[in-house]
Design a protein around this ligand. Structure first.
Ligand SMILES: [Zn+2]
Length: 109
């Protein structure tokens, strides 16, 4: 089986079909408005900015990849999306249109 160029894993034909899902490395988008992830380790408190992870996924039986947008597994309170490529492009255009309407891009976290 040939993986698409964006797949982060070398899948083998011997893998059971349910396990054969191509997955890209993806990108993280830091979320500055969300409450931080907080851990208590020994006597220390660690706070970390949560991220939305954006990645391509495609099961071997699907005709095109999907885009998964979701938080760290510990943050079920944050949004999660599973989009077609067309929906992703439409969402991207809509988000950029709102940024343009605001007249400034703001600061990257
Ligand atoms: Zn693959």
């Amino acid at each position: 089986m040939t993986c698409p160029s964006w797949c982060s894993t070398d899948h083998e034909d011997t893998e059971p079909l349910p396990d054969r899902t191509h997955l890209s490395f993806g990108n993280d988008v830091p979320l500055t408005l969300a409450t931080p992830n907080v851990w208590h380790v020994d006597d220390r408190t660690i706070a970390e900015q949560p991220v939305l992870q954006v990645a391509l996924t495609q099961h071997v039986r699907e005709v095109e990849p999907r885009v998964d947008v979701g938080p760290d597994v510990i943050r079920a309170d944050l949004p999660s999306l599973n989009l077609t490529l067309a929906e992703t492009a439409a969402l991207g255009r809509a988000l950029l249109a709102e940024v343009e309407r605001a007249g400034r891009e703001g600061d990257v976290a």
